[in-house]
Design a protein around this ligand. Structure first.
Ligand code: 5GP
Length: 195
């Protein structure tokens, strides 16, 4: 039986990861790895669907128990991928999508060499700023912080296996879809993890 694929997608806030992730979930049979975070929920976000919203104390307790595959501090808040659901999905042959930052992605790449990592790029920094402002979900201070962090995120690009520029959403999705199709046939998914 084929093992599940762990697909890690990263990219600066506003690069269009969210839209691409939704398509992978609805059209390509991926399940979403629901992260834990200490940030406040945004309008429309549901507990256990988009995130598990935790207090700083609850997050630290899970971390101390070794319950995370990876953790990172992003835009001043803690984020982490719960370990158990990931291992379970992979063992059962289900494909799982992780939308995480580059620090967390680095940990995952080190721990699970068979993961597939894709970096989503905006066509330009100017366009990124435009998109961040247009979605009107963050404060001005948050937008500035996200733009500043985007430059740092971009430097991590060479660590990823694939890069997709999201200029046109249809084209970007097609590219991601083809990457996924090819990777499902990677021999690594038919062999025990060699590590
Ligand atoms: P947002 O607060 O906009 O939902 O996410 C901010 C950033 O945190 C995004 O780049 C997202 O990919 C990242 N992120 C979300 N969940 C996790 C996680 O579990 N681990 C890590 N390392 N990053 C995460």
């Amino acid at each position: 039986m084929r093992k599940g694929m762990l697909l890690v997608i990263s990219g600066p806030s506003g690069a269009g990861k969210g839209t691409l992730a939704q398509r992978l979930l609805h059209r390509d049979g991926f399940a979403f790895s629901v992260s834990a975070t200490t940030r406040a929920s945004r309008p429309g976000e549901e507990e256990g669907v988009h995130y598990y919203f935790l207090s700083d104390e609850a997050f630290a307790a899970m971390e101390a128990e070794g319950d995370f595959l990876e953790t990172a501090t992003v835009h001043g808040h803690r984020y982490g991928t719960p370990l158990k659901p990931v291992m379970q999905a992979l063992e059962e042959g289900r494909d799982l999508l992780l939308d995480i930052d580059s620090q967390g992605a680095r940990t995952v790449m080190e721990k699970l060499a068979s993961c597939v990592s894709v970096f989503i790029l905006p066509p330009s920094m100017r366009e990124l700023e435009h998109r961040l402002r247009a979605r009107q979900t963050e404060s001005e201070e948050d937008i500035r912080r996200r733009l500043h962090n985007a430059a740092g995120e971009m430097e991590q690009l060479p660590r990823y296996r694939y890069a997709v520029v999201n200029d046109d959403i249809e084209e970007a999705y097609t590219q991601l879809h083809m990457i996924v199709q090819a990777e499902r046939h990677n021999t690594v998914r038919y062999l025990p993890e060699i590590r």
